[in-house]
Design a protein around this ligand. Structure first.
Ligand code: THG
Length: 258
């Protein structure tokens, strides 16, 4: 299980303010804490509705890189903001993300190829997010073949079925689990999978409980990576226990502390 921290994201008010003030120390302290909590990569998102998207992304990438060599998951739908992040990055990059929409693939796949990045493929198109697993797998297949036409091999992709809030779309929880299973049969060796975990608990009363329960279910279905909050200690214990149960980590009685 590969852990990507969700918390360098301008969507959070405190992070948005730190970006506005170009408060490097605040951002760096938070990045370091998330890595100390067990994150292996950082999702880097300047937040929605910014006029200075490219400049903010350039600053945010440089600021984070000054304190870590960890992989950066550049999270933006904008080609200009993504390009600014790719140019500033010397750390390994995962582009987050393309969809199956032609104009998005046309803009993002050449960047992915040029900069040698990995890329998250969201299984949605101009019609939105499909409400069944089969259609999600169909969109995944379109992105896999289009990426290959751009000489981007399947091992560079991460497929994301798009997790929805259980409060608003309760029937989607198990469809996403099934999509994760289906994605693994689209290629040999299987293509990696990823989710934005916290989407599931949006608006729920006990968010951490919903997040860690769903993560356990997703790990049972073979999920490879998740964008989540590594500062949630119970969630990270679920990650580690799942790694033991999946035989990814050696069991010992003290595995949580080891
Ligand atoms: N897939 C991929 N990338 C993603 C997502 C995904 N990136 C963004 C998101 N989804 C994952 N990151 C978050 C970050 C925050 C929250 C949820 C997912 C969140 N934030 C609080 C809220 O909305 O209630 C905001 C709290 C605050 O303002 O302080 O829940 O699915 N590839």
């Amino acid at each position: 299980m590969y852990v990507i921290s969700e918390r360098i994201n301008g969507l959070f008010t405190s992070v948005g303010k730190a970006i506005d003030k170009r408060d490097a120390k605040w951002i760096q302290d938070h990045a370091i804490r998330q890595l100390e909590c067990g994150a292996q990569a950082l999702d880097v998102n300047v937040g929605p509705g910014r006029e200075d998207g490219p400049a903010a992304m350039d600053w945010l990438v440089r600021t984070v890189q000054d304190v870590t060599d960890a992989t950066l998951c550049l999270d933006t739908p904008g080609a200009k903001t993504m390009t600014a992040g790719l140019k500033a990055a010397r750390n390994k990059v995962i582009m987050n993300s393309t969809t199956a929409e032609k104009k998005r693939l046309d803009a993002f796949l050449p960047l992915c190829r040029e900069f040698g990045a990995d890329i998250i493929c969201l299984t949605m198109d101009e019609k939105g997010i499909p409400n069944d697993s089969e259609k999600r797998a169909e969109l995944a297949m379109i992105m896999i073949t289009t990426a290959m036409e751009h000489e981007i091999m399947p091992d560079r992709l991460l497929l994301d079925p798009l997790v929805l809030p259980t409060r608003a779309a309760q029937d989607q929880g198990m469809k996403v689990i099934k999509a994760i299973q289906m994605f693994q049969s689209l290629n040999d060796p299987p293509i990696r999978t990823v989710v934005g975990l916290s989407n599931v608990s949006n608006g729920a009363k006990d968010r951490p409980l919903v997040n860690r329960t769903y993560l356990a279910m997703l790990m049972g279905a073979g999920l490879s990576a998740a964008i989540l909050d590594p500062e949630d200690a119970s969630l990270m214990e679920t990650v580690k226990t799942g790694q033991v149960l999946r035989n990814e980590k050696l069991y010992c009685d003290d595995y949580l502390r080891a």
